[in-house]
Write a protein that binds this ligand. Structure first.
Ligand code: TMP
Length: 201
């Protein structure tokens, strides 16, 4: 029997497999009758759409402008999706949350920590569990090159190294580090089993 709705967040650098893994985890949990909603940030709000234009290099934004947009997008995400879903008794399996803002928009580790506090001060709900799909920036780059697709603004190897280091500095101590070099099904299985432990009595 499910204990209560919980908020699960998946984080990782680009190419770590977070989206595929979190979607699959969400599907399996629903099949096992643990009702949940898969959700992602940035969302499809007006702010999220502007963010996507920036990510694709169509518009330029300073780090401060990026931060503002991600926070505006998160306000809607929390108000319209996260809180109502949890209130309705469903869990959330989410691809990226405020740890991404700290890691990506943080110039360095200190700035990343400030951004994390800024998000917490806004009263955004704290996730119950955070899974970090751990892959080195070099391996992630190799995967992105193999996968192909359009270049995005954070694709530079030096950017991914900064982001990875920021993550290591700001992720909560309780974060579950998942070896993202493992086989996809193995990664999914590990996360599902871990989530089931916290959702079952
Ligand atoms: P994704 O859809 O592949 O996860 O891409 C979203 C991109 O946006 C990814 O490069 C990370 C970046 N991002 C930030 O820079 N700040 C944030 O707060 C979030 C949620 C994402």
């Amino acid at each position: 029997m499910p204990v209560k709705s919980q908020f699960f967040v998946f984080e990782g650098i680009d190419g770590s497999g977070k989206t595929t893994v979190s979607k699959r985890v969400s599907e399996i949990l629903n099949e096992k009758l643990f009702p949940n909603v898969w959700h992602r940030e940035p969302t499809d709000s007006v702010f999220g759409k502007k963010i996507r234009e920036f990510l694709q290099g169509k518009i330029k934004l300073t780090q401060e402008e990026q931060l503002k947009l991600f926070l505006q997008d998160r306000e809607l995400s929390v108000q319209d999706i996260i809180l109502p879903t949890l209130k309705n008794g469903k869990s959330i399996v989410q691809d990226r949350y405020y740890f991404s803002t700290a890691a990506y928009q943080g110039r360095d580790e200190e700035h990343a920590a400030d951004i994390l506090y800024m998000n917490e001060d806004k009263g955004f709900p704290e996730p119950n569990h955070v899974y970090f799909l751990d892959l080195s920036p070099e391996e992630a780059l190799e995967r992105r090159n193999t996968r192909g697709g359009k270049q995005e603004v954070f694709d530079e190897s030096s950017e991914q190294t900064r982001i990875y280091q920021n993550y290591l500095a700001i992720l909560p101590e309780s974060t579950i580090f998942v070896d993202a070099t493992a086989d996809l099904e193995e990664v999914v299985h590990f996360c599902v089993e871990d989530i089931l432990k916290s959702l079952s009595v």
